[in-house]
Design a binder for this molecule. Sequence first.
Ligand code: FAD
Ligand code: SF4
Ligand code: SF4
Length: 479
Amino acid sequence: MAERMLKFVGTPQALPEKRPAAERRRDFQEIYERYAREKAAEQAARCSQCGVPFCQVHCPLHNNIPDWLKLTAEGRLDEAYELSSATNNFPEICGRICPQDRLCEGNCVIEKGFDSVTIGSVEKFITDTAWEKGWIKPIRPRHEKPQSVGIVGAGPAGLAAAEQLRRKGYQVAIYDRYDRVGGLLIYGIPNFKLEKDVVQRREKLLRDSKVRFHLNCEVGRDVTLEELRQQHDAVLLATGVYKARDIQAPGIGVLGIVAALDYLTASNRAGLGDTVAEFESGVLDARGKNVVVLGGGDTAMDCVRTAVRQGARSVKCLYRRDRANMPGSQREVKHAEEEGVEFVWLTAPQSFLGTESVTHVRSVRIHLGMPDASGRQTPQEIPNSHMNVEADLVLKALGFDPEDLPAMMQAPDLGVTGWGTLKIDWRSMMTSLDGVFAAGDIVRGASLVVWAVRDGRDAADHIHSYLSNKTATLAVAAE
Ligand code: FAD
Ligand code: SF4
Ligand code: SF4
């Protein structure tokens, strides 16, 4: 093993410089600076090169982390990039937005007492360097194949599949109802976590690799799934989940109570230079308002931090469980607290007050009772603990469910699970329709970018096997 590794005892963990909260509150730029080359090498050298690397086991892409850390420590960044991009289509995106504390870094064996290796930041550094040095080139397949694949959805699952299929020489067309490429990478996740030019340079790379995009094209409205099946040799559905969960409570219909994704999309569009009527009119702008966000997941964290940057008067996050039991990343909570967000734990909304528009969220304090069948403690209301929380804008960040895809796509034979996600055979990733595959959130339910990338890659492999078998069968039949 290279002598330069195993430095975790003498070298403390150091993430890239985090910009001061007061500065972050005023803009939408990413909050971390970049590692200098020497710093990245120094931090990569903290890795102890485990024989059984738990970081790799717990990365959904099983990235070869110890090896690219070692190459980074040795200054062999071009090789580190080759290795890291062999298992991940978007390492610089995952490096920025994976909840590393729950995945690779959270399982790094040197975490206890010494703090984990900063895997995500090094991964981002390697690929950002590769972009700058011009090492990332459009795909030029050795052999073009005549077969084409239609992909519905230009989010991370669809884009990862497109890249993998293009590498194998297939003709790839992506259909998306949005006007931009990226799915939630472009319109969901805010700029301060993922700057949009990082997504757009990936789009350009795919366009330069001859992936064709059909934007503003909703499958089910502008073209049917059946038509796509006629046009292409295989179809991949990677449509994500977009039906916002709602809350039934008195006063819910009053003005000023909006769905989180509408709010975040408006903010992202405004940042991209679009004119958004509801943003301009103030309906989806938090400036000068008392903002209350309902929920404790990553979407809620993105809402509170966006509201701060828009110049809200106050920002509160109401969540019915406590900090230890929230689904969102602890790192995000810390960033939000630094930026001035107030978390009101163990509190649930009961009704919304206001006649013209919302003025208060009437809430009740919660006690966590005995665990239920899922093992989570059951929230129970504490009697006579009501309070009114001032609010001019309430953002509902309560999670997402799948839309009714068989109805939407006029494909009644498309099988779904009890949760409305697409039913696939996990050995082939094929849906109930021959030659129609599915990947990403529409299969898993609301999940993570890194899982969408993994699914997109797996689906591409299965589509390749399916089309190869089909070609072989046709050849035999023709003999
Ligand atoms: P999506 O990204 O949702 O893309 C689906 C695409 O399909 C969209 O572009 C949509 O327009 C298109 N589409 C849908 N229906 C049709 C149709 N009928 N015809 C044509 N096109 C259609 N994950 C992380 O790992 N880290 C984070 O920090 C993080 N933050 C998040 C913040 C927010 C606010 C949200 C909502 C999610 C976040 N996630 C995060 C989750 C992550 O974004 C998703 O898991 C991931 O984007 C799923 O990828 P996907 O390709 O399956 O779907
Ligand atoms: Fe960690 Fe995500 Fe990178 Fe895997 S893809 S190594 S989980 S940051
Ligand atoms: Fe290195 Fe930590 Fe992974 Fe071990 S678990 S190989 S120390 S990054």
